[in-house]
Design a protein around this ligand. Structure first.
Ligand code: GUE
Length: 297
């Protein structure tokens, strides 16, 4: 039976370190870390995530701003706000919550965020640095960064020679996750919707990362006995008519736990780590702005 990797607990440990490092930055006369979170429209799930990000930022002792814009906001107006935040010395991290409404080109907005304030790590500069293994001065996207901390809790820092399979090739999880696993000396395969016989491939993985956005697609017999399973999925499903929606991952948790050596639950696994690493990235940005090397987590 698998060890359940408690992302909520690990996330709280990271946040506790961020709080401490924030306090010592302020004691040394450094700037108070500032995080601005922008949300456009009223998507309920986005509201949940944005509220928890703002709350966590305040808990860390940050200056925290939340900008809520109406769903019909123009691309020009949103870009105008991003420019303002780019120039604001009280702000070290800018996050524009995705997805954005159809009238706005997300790619344009993401690239408009100053690279040194791009705490999502989605900007070309940060993606390029991760692509060439230049991790120290980049912002690593929050979810992959959080996943790596959970993997390291099980395997330690050196993953040399382990086989990793990442299912999903998104710019915000799959691809950066594969790069981080490669940088940690795994042998990495990225699977996707066109991959043939996904189950056979998944069974080769010592570390299996599911980031496809399809509820419980990874079955128990896809998991190599003893493997570490990292479930990035956040799917709201309603099984019976009128039943309250529940959150499930991309992994069929119960059956996968039969084979896995360690597995992350949903909720309580990768999600809280995403929030924690956003705090860590914002802190790192404030340290850099104060000319100090940022603490490692
Ligand atoms: N620019 C941008 N950056 C993001 O990082 C970003 C985004 N847009 N858009 C949406 C996704 C999703 N995301 C999550 C954050 C926290 C939880 C989280 O805390 N989940 C809890 C459950 C919370 C709940 O009840 O839904 C858990 O898994 O335990 C989940 C998902 C960040 N995202």
């Amino acid at each position: 039976m698998a060890e359940v990797i408690n992302g909520k607990l690990v996330g709280e440990e990271v946040v506790a370190k961020v709080k401490e490092a924030t306090a010592s930055l302020l004691e040394d006369g450094g700037a108070q870390p500032g995080l601005a979170v922008v949300i456009v429209g009223e998507d309920p799930a986005s509201q949940v995530y944005v509220n928890s990000k703002s709350r966590k930022a305040k808990e860390c002792g940050f200056h925290s701003e939340q900008h809520t814009l109406p769903a019909e906001t123009s691309e020009a107006d949103l870009l105008g706000l991003v420019e303002k935040l780019n120039a604001d010395p009280a702000i070290h991290g800018i996050l524009v919550q995705l997805p954005l409404p159809a009238q706005i080109d997300s790619a344009k907005v993401i690239q408009a965020i100053a690279a040194e304030k791009d705490v999502d790590g989605f900007n070309f500069t940060n993606v390029g640095k991760i692509g060439v293994g230049e991790l120290d001065s980049a912002f690593v996207p929050c979810t992959p960064a959080g996943c790596m901390i959970l993997v390291e809790r099980v395997h330690g820092k050196d993953l040399s020679g382990l086989t990793a399979v990442v299912i999903g090739r998104s710019n915000i999880v799959g691809k950066p996750m594969a790069n981080l696993l490669l940088a940690a000396n795994c042998t990495v395969t990225i699977a996707h919707s066109r991959t043939r016989d996904l189950a056979t491939l998944a069974r080769t993985a010592d570390i299996l990362v599911a980031a496809v956005g399809r509820p419980e697609i990874v079955k128990g017999d896809w998991v190599k006995p003893g493997a570490t399973v990292i479930d990035v999925g956040i799917n709201r499903v309603v099984s019976a008519e009128g039943e309250k929606a529940r959150l499930v991952g991309d992994v069929a948790f119960a059956e996968a736990s039969e084979n896995a050596g360690a597995i992350t639950p949903v909720p309580g696994g990768v999600g809280p780590m995403t929030i924690a690493m956003l705090m860590a990235n914002t802190l790192a940005s404030a340290y850099r702005a104060s000319g100090k090397p940022s603490p490692q987590f």
